[in-house]
Design a protein around this ligand. Structure first.
Ligand SMILES: [Zn+2]
Length: 371
């Protein structure tokens, strides 16, 4: 897709704490921003109502401001989800969301073509089309924050897999006997390298009485989170510093394994932990040089992202524009609101294109079972 031919979109970022919406222009200008609390505890209907309300507000604002009408809506959401059917499957931080047809619900309310994608894949699309991984045929995006997530570009196409879980790099096992991950499985990268893991290890230090500086910082009743462990490390606490060092190495080990398995030209490492601790990327570089094959290790570039908090809004620009004419993303109830199915040429590069809806739904049943 030629980026210059893109049309503006209405981007929605559904997060655990807030819902954001904005108009995103083809020149990447993000405007007419709106945000409301998610209040996920109120359940899917209330949250979808809020999504539709701020989407309608941004659309009306765009008309008032004389901006070009968005051609469609792109929703970034926590996974797992089905981007082809537009269904949110079972996000861990949105209670009561089980197989919610979010894209159809929003499309019916707003009367605009609506597309859904996992938040980390949306971020990857922004960095791949417009950012630090631009034009790379083989690239990996990794976000290191509360959790660890990612997205993969392989041979010039987003790698999705039949269940759209490809790119969930935070849940690669890097320590067979390691700590439990949030999903209950053992030794995943996220269980050692994420902000959640850093906070857990900080709390353990406190319980064991092994970090006087962290104990002082937490004395006022302040919650022990990754930022407080960082503050203690910065104040000279060796144990807290060791927690961060181990987290960086975990991300580096993950990167080295990905370099061997996927031979990427570039790995973009973003997320709040990477943003606040750029030394993470230096450690990752060192671990790749130590642990990966020499050729791919020399080739791969470790980059910081171009985009920060707007990454999950900007990523909807290529997603909506490129999927608008892709038959892999037609949904049953949307057939009247959309142009007829395109030809095979339009589906080039989308791994889901050749899979029938029934097969995909079958894949989902398998995905949900272990959870
Ligand atoms: Zn995991």
């Amino acid at each position: 897709m030629d980026a210059g031919a893109a049309q503006p979109v209405l981007a929605i970022d559904l997060g655990g704490t807030q819902i954001r919406a904005a108009h995103v222009a083809p020149d990447l200008t993000v405007s007419l921003r709106r945000a409301v609390p998610t209040n996920g505890a109120e359940g899917p209907d209330a949250v979808i109502g809020r999504i539709c309300a701020i989407a309608a507000e941004v659309r009306a604002d765009a008309a008032r401001a004389g901006l070009a009408e968005p051609i469609g809506i792109g929703i970034s959401s926590p996974g797992p989800l089905d981007p082809w059917q537009g269904v949110v499957v079972l996000p861990p931080n949105l209670p009561g969301w089980v197989d919610i047809p979010l894209a159809d619900r929003v499309q019916q309310k707003l009367g605009m073509p609506t597309f859904l994608e996992r938040d980390t894949n949306v971020a990857m699309m922004a960095e791949w089309r417009y950012g630090s991984a631009r034009n790379a045929d083989d690239a990996i995006y990794i976000t290191v924050s509360t959790g660890i997530g990612g997205g993969i570009i392989a041979r010039g196409n987003p790698l999705q897999g039949p269940d759209n879980t490809a790119g969930e790099v935070g849940h690669l096992t890097i320590d067979m006997d390691g700590p439990l991950c949030g999903d209950g499985m053992q030794g995943h990268a996220e269980a050692i390298g994420s902000g959640t893991a850093i906070a857990r290890d900080g709390r353990l230090l406190l319980e064991l009485g092994e970090s006087p500086i962290l104990a002082d910082l937490a004395a006022g009743g302040r919650e022990v989170d990754a930022a407080l462990v960082a503050a203690a490390a910065d104040a000279g606490d060796a144990a807290c510093r060791a927690i961060y060092e181990r987290a960086y190495v975990a991300v580096g080990v993950l990167c080295a394994s990905l370099v061997n398995a996927l031979n990427p030209q570039v790995i973009v490492i973003g997320g709040s932990i990477a943003e606040h601790h750029p030394e993470l990327r230096d450690v990752a570089r060192g671990e790749i040089d130590r642990r990966a094959f020499p050729g791919p290790a020399r080739r791969v570039r470790i980059m910081s992202p171009r985009f920060t908090e707007d990454v999950s809004l900007i990523g909807s620009l290529p997603i909506v524009n490129e999927r608008m004419s892709d038959p892999a993303y037609r949904r049953a109830s949307s057939s009247t609101a959309l142009p007829p199915l395109g030809t095979d040429a339009a589906s080039d590069g989308h791994s889901g294109a050749s899979t029938s809806s029934a097969e995909r739904v079958g894949g989902h049943a398998q995905l949900e079972e272990p959870r």
